[in-house]
Design a protein around this ligand. Structure first.
Ligand code: NDP
Ligand code: PYC
Length: 340
């Protein structure tokens, strides 16, 4: 233990997360899948969606927002369409059930889509697109959240923080992946500022009266801003449409209403599209993927970095050295459901 944190191996962190999730009543297969995504976030240096999410997930279970023993049900509404009804459980197990079916459908048809319905989502989206890109597929994933974000030109929440994640396979190396909220930052980042008693930049959001503020709690109680003004606003609307009405699931406004003040994670759907490059390219796939590599090289040649480069570097460090969990966060985790 140091002043600033507790060093843990990834195996120890995983075991702790699994134990705490089971202690609050999550079924074993859900606990394992949910723990994996939190440990992956912590491993990759994503503090807002790392082991801190154990507090968030435990709160959602305790509040009755999540069905702790939900059984995902896979169906095929069309040849290239896969649906997993998560039954009100966390999204991770539903995705695990849908992934092999989506991969098979994308390989067969060139393109396929997976709708996760009726799931609770607290996590980053890169695990979904990375898993697909690692299998040679191009991937896109979107999900709404709770209505926390004002449209450009307004100051009252309509959108969720609505992330967009994209993955591209790279022969012989880790995929090109980006994953970001369509709000200026993820809400989790503002939560971390509030917990640390830190101000936020004035352009992150508005207070409940619609005035710009640097008070993290005031932004959480008011409205966040979209990134890139009207462009982020339109993308946030697109995410609402694709992973809401298009797949028969909730918008962020509906998700927040369903939560009914319980303070749980967003409830609703996620849309994941997978494309097999060989569908368009056939025997020329390798040659065209090499052209993509030339573009990546041109980005890096001028000192710019690729999205995920920081994450992959953090992963390598964590695999070698473990991770450092802030002491205060560790203490809160240990208090979940009694001793682990
Ligand atoms: P950021 O604004 O930090 O953007 C993250 C993405 O941009 C990453 O792919 C990151 O790569 C890349 N990136 C950051 N800086 C650079 C740079 N200088 N050059 C190139 N690429 C860069 O993240 P957000 O706060 O918007 O989102 C954080 C997480 O929150 C996401 O994983 C998202 O899925 C999650 N989230 C989940 C929600 C949900 O409803 N489930 C809702 C909202 C957010 P790298 O990782 O390597 O730094
Ligand atoms: O950080 O905005 C966020 C978020 C919402 C749901 C999961 N993460």
């Amino acid at each position: 233990m140091t002043d600033s944190g507790i060093t843990m191996t990834l195996a120890a962190l995983r075991a702790l997360a699994q134990a705490k999730l089971k202690a609050v009543g999550l079924a074993a297969d859900h606990a394992d899948a949910v723990a994996e995504t939190m440990v992956a976030g912590e491993r990759d240096g994503c503090a807002s969606h790392g082991i801190y999410r154990l507090l968030v997930a435990a709160a959602s279970v305790r509040a009755g927002v999540v069905v702790p023993d939900a059984r995902p049900v896979v169906s095929r509404p069309g040849k290239a369409l896969v649906r997993v009804d998560g039954g009100g459980g966390f999204a991770q197990l539903a995705f695990a059930h849908g992934l092999p079916v989506l991969v098979e459908a994308a390989r067969t048809h060139g393109i396929a889509a997976l709708a996760l319905n009726h799931v609770v989502h607290f996590a980053a989206l890169w695990p979904e697109v990375e898993a697909l890109a690692e299998q040679g597929l191009v991937a896109l994933a979107v999900t709404p959240s709770h209505a926390w974000v004002a449209p450009a030109g307004g100051t009252k929440p309509v959108f969720g923080t609505n992330p967009i994640a994209f993955g591209w396979p790279r022969p012989g190396q880790a995929p090109f992946v980006f994953d970001f909220a369509t709000s200026v930052v993820a809400r989790g980042e503002i939560e971390l500022h509030r917990r640390a008693g830190l101000p936020v930049p004035e352009d992150w959001g508005y207070d409940a009266e619609g005035a710009p503020t640097t008070d993290a709690k005031a932004v959480l109680d008011g409205a966040m801003r979209t990134f890139g003004g009207h462009k982020g606003s339109a993308l946030a609307a697109m995410v609402e449409l694709l992973a809401g009405p298009l797949i028969g699931d909730m918008t962020s406004r509906e998700s927040l209403a369903r939560d009914g003040g319980r303070g749980g994670s967003p409830i609703g759907g996620e849309l994941i599209v997978a494309i097999d490059p060989a569908g368009f390219l056939g025997e020329e796939t390798a040659a065209h993927l090499a052209r993509a590599e030339a573009m990546f090289a041109a980005i890096e040649a001028q000192g710019a970095r690729l999205p995920s480069a920081r994450r992959y570097a953090a992963r390598a460090r964590s695999l070698a050295e473990g991770v450092v969990v802030p002491a205060a966060l560790h203490a809160e985790i240990m208090a979940i459901g009694g001793a682990a």
